[in-house]
Design a protein. Structure first.
Length: 79
């Protein structure tokens, strides 16, 4: 099972600029704990308003999985 670096996941959480999401993240995950893709998706699914946001969750995981390389999105509609 692939794991994402806590600090990179935290960057994604901070991007949302939402205190509820930040608080829930800090309550759910321990600092420096690697986060599994399954946990990442499950966590963010709680905060989506509609299914179109599922793509954002996938792209955010790709960012985490890449080690923080935003260039993975350059050739993408999100870039």
């Amino acid at each position: 099972m692939k794991k994402g670096n806590y600090d990179l996941v935290l960057e994604v959480v901070e991007f949302y600029e939402d205190e509820e999401i930040m608080g829930d993240f800090k309550n759910k995950f321990k600092e420096n704990e690697n986060v599994s893709k399954k946990s990442f998706v499950k966590f963010f699914n709680r905060f989506i308003d509609d299914m179109s946001e599922v793509e954002f969750i996938k792209k955010n995981w790709e960012y985490v999985e890449s080690g923080g390389d935003w260039s993975i999105l350059e050739d993408d509609e999100w870039g």
